[in-house]
Design a protein around this ligand. Sequence first.
Ligand code: GDP
Ligand code: MG
Length: 162
Amino acid sequence: MTPVIALVGRPNVGKSTLFNRLTRSRDALVADFPGLTRDRKYGNGMLGDKVYTVIDTGGISGDEEGIDAAMAEQSLAAIDEADIVLFMVDARAGLIAADQAIANHLRVNQKKTWLVVNKTDGLEEHSAMGDFWSLGLGDPWPIAAAHGRNVSTLIDAVLAPF
Ligand code: GDP
Ligand code: MG
């Protein structure tokens, strides 16, 4: 069985950037404005001899209406399909209320969830983890999807049980 990894989190935290890195594709549209990925997007990747599937999503904002609601629905569907959920937050934005709202949903979900703190490039790793501990999702994992910092270490750990 190929493990399925869902990337969820607010728009603009770097989900598509990580998707591209994990699948080595330029398919997921990365932009400087949030909310571009409205449907789920699937790709495959490989680390060592392990193959995995990644699902990119448009993101959850925490208080959904209109098109945002459709994106949230895609995120929930991706979580259902996944074996592993990578919940991404933004080290530069810090912890915001919407992250807390999403974390509350993920905590009641039975899927194995990893808290991934992106955009740590140029930041001191430990202080960048700051308030994210308080989300109650275990140890935050610092990465920089755009530069690859800690990405294979994370995926190696994520795939270890598979
Ligand atoms: P998504 O909406 O969650 O899919 O986020 P995107 O992948 O589209 O990225 C949103 C913005 O964050 C883009 O401008 C990316 O270049 C930027 N970004 C993504 N990862 C990193 C990172 O590791 N470091 C920094 N500094 N910027 C990043
Ligand atoms: Mg995206």
